[in-house]
Write a protein that binds this ligand. Structure first.
Ligand SMILES: Nc1ncnc2c1ncn2[C@@H]1O[C@H](COP(=O)(O)OP(=O)(O)O)[C@@H](O)[C@H]1O
Ligand SMILES: [Mg+2]
Length: 273
């Protein structure tokens, strides 16, 4: 597995000077390891014998379970690339994105990013008791947009989300929204800004076909605007339509990194999907 990664990494080095100049790295993961520590989950914790053992040994319980979610992942993402992340449930896709966003510390290895990566749905944390309207404004400001920019883009964000298609929902508190509506609004806010690195975790799975089409178009636009896009999706078609490169994670390890078609074909063969 490690060998596969290495050959991929060598690609940029063998490019001629002209193309090498154009390839600006935006995210570099170097032998990245992420470990979750779950406290209070040790075997037998809570049982009388375990408690007695602790008292007798006068040692604190070692009720810490470690989950090694990302194991030595190495890749370089470049400006203008749209990268799909695939792998079965629990393979480490969300964890990897969170680490790139700087929300989880590396146990070993490093992540370098150019600019501030935005993880869709986390950076734009919306508030349930506020109206959609207030959330659009606060979300925009939180992403570093000026009041003026938020005002300019407000209508565009609301239209994009489709929240008001069936009535004036934008003036209602977010808690009255279905989870699909909330997800669409979140995506629309995040997509209103040009990002250096935009990461989307299964956001496209929500929303109807029309909204999915709009988001895919916006992702293509963001790519043109020289950002890098990461997309986690269970829908291989979404990945095929929007990504030119795919990383395949399995059990925390990078199994494959290559052109979308090749990787998806191998993945479908393996998983029978
Ligand atoms: N907050 C957490 N605490 C402990 N373990 C976690 C946590 N989040 C995810 N995991 C574990 O890390 C592994 C990778 O999870 P995740 O990154 O969510 O995978 P994916 O997004 O590919 O489904 C899984 O084994 C999962 O159970
Ligand atoms: Mg996930």
């Amino acid at each position: 597995m490690a060998e596969q990664q290495n050959t991929d990494l060598q690609q940029p080095a063998v490019q001629d000077a002209a193309t090498a100049e154009e390839r600006v790295p935006t995210v570099v993961a170097d032998d990245l390891h992420i470990v979750y520590r779950v406290y209070g989950s040790g075997a037998g914790r809570g049982s009388a014998t375990a408690a007695l053992n602790r008292i007798v040994r006068r040692k604190p319980s070692t009720g810490v379970r470690e989950v090694h979610a990302v194991k030595g992942v190495t890749f370089t993402a470049y400006r203008g690339e749209s990268i799909g992340l695939i792998g079965t449930n629990g393979s480490g896709k969300s964890t990897l994105l969170k680490a790139v966003a700087g929300l989880l510390p590396a146990e070993r290895g490093h992540v370098y990013t150019h600019g501030q990566p935005s993880l869709l749905g986390v950076n734009a944390a919306l508030m349930n008791d506020l109206t959609g309207e207030r959330n659009v404004i606060l979300g925009g400001l939180a992403m570093g947009m000026t009041r003026e920019q938020v005002r300019e883009r407000y209508q565009q964000i609301v239209d994009f989300s489709g929240i008001n298609e069936k009535g004036d929902f934008i003036s209602l508190p977010m808690r009255t929204y279905s989870s699909g509506m909330a997800a669409r609004l979140r995506f629309s806010i995040a997509a209103a800004k040009d990002h250096d690195v935009l990461m989307i975790d299964e956001a496209l799975a929500t929303g109807d076909r029309k909204f999915q089409k709009r988001s895919e178009a916006r992702i293509r636009e963001l790519r043109k605007e020289a950002g890098t896009v990461f997309l986690v999706s269970h829908n291989n078609k979404s990945i095929r339509d929007t990504c030119d490169r795919v990383l395949w994670l399995e059990k925390g390890e990078l199994l494959m990194d290559g052109p979308t078609d090749e990787v998806i074909k191998a993945y479908e063969k393996e998983t029978g999907k």
